[in-house]
Design a protein around this ligand. Sequence first.
Ligand SMILES: *Cc1c(COP(=O)(O)O)cnc(C)c1O
Length: 394
Amino acid sequence: MKRETKLIHLGRAAAKKHGIVNVPVYRASTVLFDGVADMDLSNRDKSTRRMTYGRRGTPTLWAVQDAFAELHGAAGAVTCPSGIAAVGVACLSVLRSGDHALFADTVYGPTRILAKGIFSRMGIDVSYYDPMIGAGIEALIRPNTKAIILESPGSQTFEVQDVPAITAIARARNISTVIDNTWATPLLFQPLKHGVDIVVESATKFICGHSDSNLGLIASTAEKWADLQACHGDLGQTAGPEDAYVAQRGLKTLSIRMERHQASALKVARWLAAREDVSAVLHPALPDAVGHEFWRRDFEGSSSLFGFIVPACNRAAIGTMIDGLDHFGIGYSYGGYESLALPQDPRSGRTATKWENPGQLIRLHIGLEDTDDLIADLDAGIARLGAARAASGA
Ligand SMILES: *Cc1c(COP(=O)(O)O)cnc(C)c1O
């Protein structure tokens, strides 16, 4: 079965009994047993999908978990109430006090906050590495290094990592690897097939796809599955049924949405790259992107999120450009049907590398609107920026 067909069928078995097309929202805390013997058996035999308590799983959660695990070729998957909760659970399932962990310098901002804050406070020794380090990561490994955290492409600046080079070294040293695969979804990159142990995604983005839920998903190899399940369960990181429902419904249209995101984002990115007043476009599928060769080798496509750089300008000038856009919202997150634009500053929060580009970075999420409308909107926006810069002499 091809993946597009699989997406249609995955996770739906639980609903077969009543013939309902989508797995319903099962709301549950207490689950009643037939008797003491039934309760004992249900608690003992965890392999059966017998409900025991809401927090331990419902058919709504299993539908999305099973689909996610299957898409990644994983032994199993768990749901979390947000993407950042999933990052936390995945890392804690492989780290303990006294361990050293290496984080890509380009990880999602809140991941860095978690590493610097709670993880460091727990006695986990955190350090950062250049995302383009590849096999050079070997030199950073210490006797107590227990995990390498990847994110590819990187947040804000979209560097694509040489994942197989890093995982080969990690495996040889018995170091666990965790990757944040939110940008790619299981349709564009399957990290477990490239040697990664644990894959995390913020399903908030493309899988839910309509800007109305927060949800995290984690899938792992068989080797890491028991520890991942235990850490997830012990921390009580269960997702709500409405959000899981939204995610499993989102999976049904994920492939066609990603196709449209890809085509539209590429069209806008190429249009920007051809402009004289745009100094760079940071999009993994463009030939001059950092790590483009790894994207070509390992990925099956590109998604909606990328950056472009305009000449440095003051905050008022960037506001003139972005506030006046008709089709781009100003807001966090991505992966929904509506386009978004945000000014970003990659200088802050990097320690292993330096961002030297003096220009102003703007991040775009290209939604499902018509690209001619989006391009005309950006064209007028960049003209406003040029006029504001000229007027202020900047
Ligand atoms: C959004 C995002 C997250 C966090 O997801 P939330 O649901 O907002 O907690 C984690 N990693 C990446 C790369 C993200 O873009």
